[in-house]
Design a protein around this ligand. Sequence first.
Ligand code: FES
Ligand code: FES
Length: 177
Amino acid sequence: MKQSIAMTVNGVARRDEVEPRLLLVHYLREVAELTGTHVACDTSQCGACIVHLDGKAVKSCSVFAVQASGHSVMTIEGLAPHGSMHPMQQGFWDEHGLQCGFCTPGFIMAAVALIEDNPDPSDADIEKGLEGNLCRCTGYHNIRKAVKSAARAMRGGATSAAAVAPNAAPVGAGAGR
Ligand code: FES
Ligand code: FES
């Protein structure tokens, strides 16, 4: 039997009827039609599905949609206003922190949460903070550089979250639907 849920997704209040077993990741992709959040494993290991739940990074494949009811969710689509990039997206762009891009939304959401907790992370801090994310093609060197670049920008350093052309797709928002 379906249950009524209500939550805020990227600042927009939603109310839906869902099966109690529906995972948050499937709710976001199939009900809210926000396909920037990806699914890449059956074992809660890859991190492609990471979103923010009340500001904390969570693997949305390990949370039921009903558990998120009454809470606030942010996906990669909600990270920056339309037509602009968050400093973390800019960092991945500048440092070539992606190849196919499938893992990128999860990395970016995890990295943003990491920087909010630790604005000046060491290489070791980044490796630990992102140990729940797997990338199958880029390797982790440029991802680490991207996070450092973004952290600098978020502290007000030289590398910036430059606005990009209107209608440009946010990094990590569309690859591998
Ligand atoms: S799909 Fe959630 S951890 Fe892999
Ligand atoms: S960029 Fe392809 S899996 Fe990470």
